[in-house]
Design a protein around this ligand. Structure first.
Ligand code: FE
Length: 238
C-alpha cells in the first residue's frame, strides 16, 4: 500500500482503510493471528485483514476467508507488483493507478489487478463480526430520505447486488450527496465514475461458493443481516 500524501477523496479512503486495517492487524497479531505474514513485495503491500479469519463464522467460513484473502486478494497484489515495474504506474498510488488506467483497454491487466486490490481491502472493511442491525442515526436518515426506510434500502442493495450478472460487486454509494445503490462488473469501482463508495459486497463466486454454492441471495442476505459494517459506511460519508 502506498503511503504518499494526497488530498483526493479516493486517496484519503486508501489511507483510511490502510490505517483501519493496520489497527486490526495489531489486534490480530496480539491475539496470535497470522495476517501480518501475508505481505507482498514492495512497492504495494497487502493490507492485513481487520479481524481473524474465523471471525465472520458462521456467515462466512474461515476456509472461504483463507482462500479469498490469502489466495485471491494476495494474487491480485502479486500480479500488480509484477505488472507495474518500469511502467508509468510504477511510483503511483493505488488509487491513481486505478483512475489512470480505467477505461483504457490496453491497460486492462493493470487496472483489473489494482482495482481488485482496492475493492477487496474495501470489502473486508465493509464487514465486521456481529455487524448488521440498525445503522447509525445519520446514515439511517439518509436511507429514509433516499429509499423511504432502512428496510427498503437494504432490499434494494440486496436485489441489485444479487442481480449482478456473473462476477462483480454491489455498492452503497454517495452520488452528488445522495445515497444510491449500484453494481459493477468484474473489477470496476464506482469512484472512477465520480461516486463515493460507502460499502460493498463481493459477489464473485470465490466470495461465497464454498459456503453457499449457487445460493448467492442467501449469502447477500446473511451479510446484510449479520455482518455489514454500517459504521464504516458512515465514516466514508465524510
Ligand atoms: Fe473477491
Amino acid at each position: 500500500m502506498d503511503t504518499k500524501k494526497n488530498t483526493c477523496f479516493s486517496c484519503e479512503l486508501d489511507r483510511r482503510t490502510f490505517l483501519m486495517a493496520s489497527a486490526g492487524a495489531i489486534a490480530s497479531l496480539a491475539a496470535g493471528g497470522i495476517f501480518g505474514s501475508a505481505h507482498a513485495a514492495p512497492p504495494h503491500t497487502l493490507p492485513p485483514l481487520p479481524y481473524p479469519e474465523n471471525a465472520l463464522e458462521p456467515v462466512i467460513s474461515a476456509r472461504t476467508i483463507g482462500f479469498h484473502y490469502g489466495k485471491h486478494h494476495k494474487g491480485y497484489m502479486d500480479n500488480l507488483n509484477k505488472l507495474i515495474p518500469g511502467s508509468p504506474y510504477a511510483d503511483m498510488s493505488l488509487t491513481d493507478i486505478i483512475k489512470k488506467t480505467a477505461g483504457h483497454a490496453d491497460q486492462i491487466g493493470i487496472f483489473n489487478n489494482a482495482a481488485q486490490v482496492w475493492n477487496h481491502t474495501f470489502y473486508w472493511q465493509s464487514l465486521k463480526p456481529a455487524g448488521g442491525g440498525d445503522p447509525p442515526a445519520a446514515l439511517k436518515q439518509k436511507m429514509i430520505d433516499a429509499f423511504g426506510s432502512v428496510d427498503a434500502c437494504k432490499k434494494a442493495l440486496a436485489d441489485t447486488t444479487v442481480s449482478q450478472f456473473a462476477s462483480g460487486w454491489g455498492w452503497l454509494v454517495l452520488d452528488h450527496g445522495k445515497l444510491k445503490i449500484v453494481k459493477t462488473g468484474n473489477a470496476d469501482v464506482p469512484f472512477t465514475k465520480g461516486m463515493r463508495p460507502l460499502i460493498t459486497i463481493d459477489v464473485w463466486e470465490h466470495a461465497y461458493y464454498l459456503d453457499y454454492q449457487n445460493r448467492r441471495a442467501d449469502y447477500v442476505t446473511a451479510i446484510l443481516d449479520k455482518l455489514i459494517n454500517w459504521e464504516f459506511a458512515l465514516k466514508n460519508m465524510g
